[in-house]
Design a binder for this molecule. Structure first.
Ligand SMILES: C[S@@+](CC[C@H](N)C(=O)[O-])C[C@H]1O[C@@H](n2cnc3c(N)ncnc32)[C@H](O)[C@@H]1O
Length: 211
């Protein structure tokens, strides 16, 4: 587990109740990337705001998060959707469990930049193992052009620590590292896509097809 974030998300979900769906979730449904008869596995679902949106739109959804607080709050609202799991430590038994689900789509919003690069590698390995062939992977994350890179303790070139850890992602390096397993079918980068209160991050959206 990322040592810089120990306990951070547990406390965060005791006081974060914003429940509107993200623009990214709305975008992928609007553009019909997801067939309604299909399914989504959300990873790093937080307070479940996008999962609840997908469910409302009648899309079958399973969601993973490592935060006990978030999973227990969400599970009080609906049973058998939210699973507490650290995506960087998934057992073979759990991998088989997800494989049996025939996952067609994986969705991870604002997760990648909370992971170290080693953890990111584990995340993509997990996706590669459980996503069906030609399945789609949707990711949205902060890039190296994000203004928040200018604040906090400098841990390395692209890693910062404020009250929690962030790793600002170099998009071209990420795409290069994924080339063998995933094909990029949609790419967008910039400001204005994920404004929230005073934060107008520079983010990247990628939609990847598993080869
Ligand atoms: C920035 S929040 C994003 C939440 C949600 N996707 C959203 O857009 O509102 C990142 C989430 O990823 C979860 N997370 C971080 N590392 C994780 C890991 N290794 N395994 C599973 N979930 C993780 C955190 O608990 C937190 O809920």
């Amino acid at each position: 587990m990322n040592k810089y974030n120990l306990g951070y998300w547990e406390n965060f979900y005791k006081k974060f109740f914003y429940n509107k769906p993200s623009n990214f979730a709305k975008y992928i449904l609007k553009k019909k990337y997801i067939n309604k008869k299909s399914n989504i596995l959300e990873i790093g679902s937080g307070n479940g705001r996008d999962t609840f949106y997908f469910l409302k739109k009648k899309i079958n959804c399973l969601s993973i998060d490592k935060s006990k607080e978030a999973i227990s709050r969400n599970s009080k609202k609906i049973k058998n959707v939210f699973i507490r799991l650290d995506i960087t430590k998934v057992s073979k038994k759990k991998i088989s469990f997800f494989k049996r689900k025939q996952i067609k789509h994986i969705y991870a919003r604002f997760l990648l930049h909370t992971l170290t690069s080693k953890e990111e590698e584990k995340f993509f390995n997990f996706c590669d193992q459980v996503l069906v062939k030609n399945g789609l992977l949707f990711v949205e994350f902060r890039t190296t052009l994000d203004p928040l890179i200018k604040i906090g303790k400098v841990l390395s070139k692209n890693e910062r620590f404020t009250d929690h850890y962030r790793r600002f992602i170099e998009v071209k390096d990420l795409i290069k590292s994924l080339k063998r397993k995933f094909k990029v079918i949609y790419y967008k980068k910039g400001f204005g896509l994920a404004k929230f209160e005073k934060d107008n991050p520079n983010i990247c959206r990628l939609i990847l097809r598993r080869k």
